[in-house]
Design a protein around this ligand. Structure first.
Ligand code: ADP
Ligand code: MG
Length: 378
């Protein structure tokens, strides 16, 4: 839908502020550009509605070079929300929201009904707020009006440049939640700029981490947290971040991948040897068939207690009705299932029912101890 191709921007032939930047945004996607102040976020964003022209490169919207689109008609289809939104102080709220509609010569009746509807969406009722002036509203309310104004012309694309930065943390959270709700309802294509990685993680379907006019990594929040591409991203994201957003952790992130497997026909004596040799207290019992390994059950060392006949086979003592955990189940769900069912070992499987690993209390603790910052003492 929106494509930036090899975009460069410099002023007077000086150092490139945006340096060979490539970005592809799908229709309906919420993409966040995040990076430190001065890294080129605003410049990048303003090139999309031609408030700034690139020095070189090409920007396409729905496959069409935006240079070939008249600036005004381009901007009619792109809502723009900025910090301290720039509401006109001498206009009522109603007139502020209607700005673009008036410019587009929409008929007054339609404008009124649109404004009413928009004010409903942002939960500032028309009857209460329409005739007020911006100064009579709180910062958060003004910012909501800014969002309503950007939506007024029903654009497909919305650009938002640090829209919530000037708000106090609580109002900010509220507006973030509202924006997510709005996005669920309206599914616009949104490009959102922030210097705040928490905000980026909370809002973005995808995050583009920027540094010195370049995109260093462009990925889902989850991937960026789990697999930062380099040290810059790792530091920017913060090492303990994953722990602050435990919902991002999934079964495959907390399982022990080094599962020792044992055939169903092995005896207790053999199993004990295998456990000793591999320094493990759990075995996955499998049945080999046509090159596939089917998981039949789990045997923990506790199963051997009180068994005197060491020729008994794994298939006879293994725990059979095991609860298999899908690889992408969130950590919190895994913890709940384990607790509710008093599970000691939980095999993790892929979509083809293949065994990927086993979750135990030890594997969970291992992961958590990696994530909790070392400096903290317990
Ligand atoms: N009109 C301009 N002329 C010269 N330099 C500029 C101009 N606009 C922005 N810059 C510089 O470009 C860099 C990136 O700016 P900007 O895109 O606003 O960064 P961000 O939004 O990430 O904070 C900054 O170093 C800024 O000083
Ligand atoms: Mg900026």
């Amino acid at each position: 839908m929106i494509q930036l191709k090899n975009i460069c921007k410099s002023y007077n032939g000086k150092k490139k502020i945006v340096d060979d930047l490539n970005l592809y945004v799908n229709k309906g996607e919420f993409v966040v550009l995040v990076g430190e102040s001065g890294c080129g976020k605003t410049t990048t964003m303003k090139m999309i509605n031609r408030l700034i022209e690139p020095t070189s490169g090409q920007i396409l919207i729905n496959g069409k070079d935006i240079k070939s689109i008249n600036k005004n008609s381009l901007r009619k289809n792109i809502g723009f929300v900025i910090q301290n939104i720039g509401l006109f102080p001498h206009y009522t709220i109603e007139k502020n929201i209607a700005t673009v509609l008036n410019l587009c010569k929409v008929n007054p009746k339609t404008i009124k009904s649109k404004v009413k509807n928009l004010m409903n969406i942002i939960e500032l009722p028309y009857d209460v707020y329409a005739k007020r002036y911006p100064r009579e509203l709180s910062g958060g309310q003004q910012q909501r009006i800014g969002v309503a104004r950007a939506l007024a012309n029903e654009p497909d694309i919305i650009l938002m440049d640090e829209p919530f930065s000037a708000l106090d943390p609580i109002t900010r959270e509220q507006l973030q939640d509202e924006l997510l709700r709005l996005q669920d309802e309206l599914s616009k294509t949104i490009i959102f700029v922030t210097h705040d990685i928490d905000e980026a993680i909370k809002l973005g379907d995808k995050i583009a981490v920027m540094c010195d006019g370049k995109i260093v990594q462009y990925d889902t929040p989850e991937e960026i947290l789990k697999n930062p591409k380099n040290e810059f991203v790792e530091n920017f994201v913060g090492k303990d971040r994953l722990w602050k957003t435990p919902d991002m952790l999934r079964a495959q992130d907390i399982m022990n991948k080094e599962v020792v497997k044992v055939h169903a026909n092995r005896s207790v004596a053999q199993a004990i040897e295998i456990m000793k040799k591999n320094d493990t207290d759990v075995l996955a019992v499998i049945n080999k068939k046509d090159n596939n390994e089917k998981l039949l059950g789990i045997v923990g060392s506790n199963r051997f207690y009180g068994i005197n006949d060491h020729s008994i086979k794994m298939k006879d003592i293994m725990k059979k009705n095991i609860i298999k955990i899908p690889f992408d189940m969130p950590l919190t769900d895994v913890l709940n299932i384990r607790q509710d069912n008093k599970l000691k070992y939980s095999p993790v499987i892929d979509v083809h029912d293949n065994l990927l690993g086993i979750i135990s209390n030890t594997s969970i603790l291992n992961v958590l101890s990696q994530i909790v910052p070392e400096s903290e003492e317990y």
